[in-house]
Design a protein around this ligand. Structure first.
Ligand SMILES: [Zn+2]
Ligand SMILES: [Zn+2]
Length: 169
């Protein structure tokens, strides 16, 4: 099982493999070690996040959100240009291709497990089993807890907000 996480000490995005056989995650940036609690991972099942103490994790597509958004932005810009030149065929063609590329990428990427609280991602065979998909209520609860911990007042939540996104993408 592989994990991608943000070091709570130096803020560096790091990655570790075979975490089920390790007792600690050691940051390659600052050397900060996070002890993996015994029983956190059992038979390929993440019972709790190894980076933070949260037990709440959700299943999501392991899809780089910025790439998806980038494709849509480029597609829209290109279709606007062709629309401006009155190339109606090209405009629809570009929009269709943009949607098709996004759909194919979505199918190609597999699921991963993400921690609501710290955003750590877990990848590996069967890692998403026994876990639920994204839940906005749980996400909101963790967002407000984070706001309280850091002393930053939470902003008004807009509906359909996407889950926290580590900047490693
Ligand atoms: Zn670090
Ligand atoms: Zn976590």
């Amino acid at each position: 099982m592989q994990i991608t996480y943000r070091c709570p000490e130096c803020g560096r995005d790091d990655r570790a493999d075979e975490i089920e056989h390790r007792d600690a995650l050691v940051c390659r940036g600052c050397g900060h070690a996070i002890a993996i609690p015994p029983g956190a991972i059992e038979d390929g099942h993440v019972r709790r996040c190894v980076v933070c103490p949260s037990h709440e994790l959700f299943v999501r597509k392991d899809f780089p959100q910025k790439l998806g958004v980038g494709i849509v932005v480029v597609g829209l810009a290109a279709s606007c240009v062709s629309w401006g030149f009155a190339y109606r065929f090209w405009t629809y063609g570009i929009l269709f291709a943009t949607a098709a590329i996004d759909a194919v990428l979505y199918l190609v990427f597999t699921d991963c497990l993400t921690c609501y609280r710290c955003g750590a991602r877990y990848r590996g065979p069967g890692v998403t089993q026994r876990h639920e998909p994204f839940n906005l209520e749980t996400h909101e609860k963790h967002r407000q807890m984070t706001a309280r911990r850091t002393g930053v007042a939470p902003l008004a939540e807009s509906s359909g907000k996407s889950p926290p996104q580590p900047s490693s993408d």
